[in-house]
Design a protein around this ligand. Structure first.
Ligand code: BES
Ligand code: MN
Ligand code: ZN
Length: 494
């Protein structure tokens, strides 16, 4: 898909469709729309065809008899009151309208951000609009035997929001495109099944990406190097699998040489069967998404590299499978992590924390990052707590927590803060080792975060439990929280 900016709406023709928002009985930004649009929508309202219900769409031919103007109008419901339409509502309207546009024969979809379909800071509105349109046009067809049909829609053009000059609008457009690319990469990686997205496949994606950008370098550590480093927790998980574990690293050097990087660490469990503590068969196929911490880290790296962000960032993705096998972890096994701390593996299905703890120890020793954010589809308990509306946020630094919460709000990809109180730590006490890998039935997402905290005490650190948001009920990856992370990094870059 191509994205473009328009400064006015006077040059539309029959090959275009125009997305217009309807709040109650009022057309958003009606005064700036081409002649005839208001009448056409008024007539549809009188007939009872048009609805302002959120996400409802109606396609109308543009007023007959008018020579100029778009071929079709896509009227999207935006709720009953314009005052209630926030940026999330705008996202949903753009997604719904873009999906409707894909079914038409028009070559270009025009979305007016000038008035109406724009909430918040204008450059952010442009990025969000492109991300939303990008999500709507995304499809995953690489595993079908037939090539997908070509689509008529080639370009999405945004009428620049009021108050945004041409140069910053172009910059925001490029950032939006970069974000859409990063989102699509993350979704592709998630949607690929376990047999086509092994730890080695993930490593190759990172290496190929490094080849595309001048300031991006990759490093991949195999099991021999990890053994040398003493990564006993990570390796204990991958021992149950025939696929070699990989520690995948991407270094983005857009900042000053010597500036400490921000570290992103993502769980890259390419398939989680649970190990000896085997998961039930129902919905086990969804555990191909258990690498989406890593997938969204790689997607975010693609976005920030394409944006050429002036800062240093290091991404680390510990990648492994978790399968039952004669060599796999057994309940009760005790392993020694790279930090020296010993862990009793009560439940082999709590494997994410085992691969993450060694990656967290390693990145601190190797890069002395100024801040670490890790992301993981870590616990079913987080899905119970927050569902698919927000990811769980834990941080040992309140400033960092606020930065991430704000970025999520700004980007329409929200997190919700959960407690990391010391009182929870004793649930991880083991009778025989320094800790056990599960904390009992209560507060499962919290105790998982507390486990990771035992490896990040000295760092400025946050953890996002993305188990509920990483994919949707249609069993497709969502790309979350690429938008949150990218927004946070943009904010950090100033
Ligand atoms: N990858 C899962 C968590 C998960 C479950 C994510 C369902 C999304 C949907 C993780 O490795 C896991 O199995 N966690 C266990 C931990 C438990 C054994 C303490 C869980 O949540 O059941
Ligand atoms: Mn598991
Ligand atoms: Zn898992």
């Amino acid at each position: 898909m191509k994205y473009a900016l328009l400064s006015q709406l006077d040059a539309l023709d029959a090959t275009d469709s125009l997305l217009v928002g309807l709040c109650g009985k009022t057309l958003l930004g009606a005064e700036a729309l081409p002649e005839g649009v208001s009448e056409a929508v008024d007539k549809a309202l009188k007939r009872g065809d048009a609805s302002a219900k959120r996400g409802a769409t109606l396609v109308l031919p543009h007023a007959e008899g008018k020579k100029a103007g778009p071929g079709r109008l896509i009227v999207v419901g935006c709720g009953d009151k314009a005052a209630k339409l926030d940026a999330d509502g705008v996202d949903r309207a753009i997604e719904a309208g873009t999906r409707a546009a894909l079914k038409l024969g028009n070559k270009r979809l025009v979305i007016s951000l000038h008035a109406g379909l724009c909430d918040g800071e204008p450059a952010t509105a442009v990025r969000r609009a492109i991300a939303s349109a990008g999500q709507a046009t995304y499809r995953f067809e690489e595993c079908r035997s037939k090539k997908p049909e070509a689509r008529a829609l080639k370009t999405i053009a945004l009428l620049t929001p009021a108050g945004l000059a041409a140069a910053p609008a172009r910059a925001a457009l490029r950032q939006g495109e970069a974000l859409a690319e990063g989102l699509a990469l993350a979704c592709d990686l998630g949607n690929r099944p376990g047999n086509l997205c092994t730890p080695t496949d993930l490593a190759r994606v990172a290496q190929d990406m490094a080849g595309e950008f001048k300031n991006l370098k990759s490093r991949v550590l195999g099991e021999a190097e990890m053994a040398e480093l003493g990564m006993g927790a990570l390796l204990s998980v991958s021992r149950g699998s025939r696929e070699e574990a990989q520690l995948i690293v991407l270094e983005w050097s857009g900042g000053k040489k010597g500036d400490k990087p921000i570290a992103l660490v993502g769980k890259g469990l390419t398939f989680d069967a649970g190990g000896i503590s085997l998961k039930p068969a129902a919905r086990m196929e969804e555990m191909k998404f258990d690498m989406m911490g890593g997938g969204t880290v790689l997607g975010t790296m693609r976005a920030i590299a394409a944006m050429n962000l002036p800062m240093n960032i290091v991404a680390v993705v510990p990648a492994s499978e978790n399968l039952p096998d004669g060599a796999a972890n057994k309940p009760g096994d005790i392993v020694t992590s790279m930090s020296g701390q010993t862990i009793e593996v009560i439940n082999t299905d709590a494997e994410g924390r085992l691969i993450l703890c060694d990656a967290l120890t390693w990145v601190q020793g190797e890069y002395s990052p100024r801040t670490i954010v890790d992301l993981a589809t870590l616990t079913g308990a987080c899905v119970v707590a927050l569902g698919d509306k927000a990811c769980g946020l834990y941080a040992n630094d309140e400033g960092l927590a606020q930065e991430l919460l704000a970025a999520g709000q700004q980007a329409g990809d929200r997190a919700w803060q959960m407690p990391l109180w010391e009182e929870y730590q004793k649930q991880l006490d083991s009778p025989v080792a320094d800790m056990q890998n599960v904390g009992g039935p209560g507060a499962g997402s919290v105790t998982a975060a507390c486990f990771l905290h035992r490896f990040t005490r000295k760092a400025r650190w946050a953890h996002l439990d993305i188990a509920g948001v990483a994919w949707n009920s249609k069993k497709l990856a969502s790309g979350r929280p690429v938008r949150l992370l990218t927004q946070w990094l943009l904010n950090q870059a100033g």
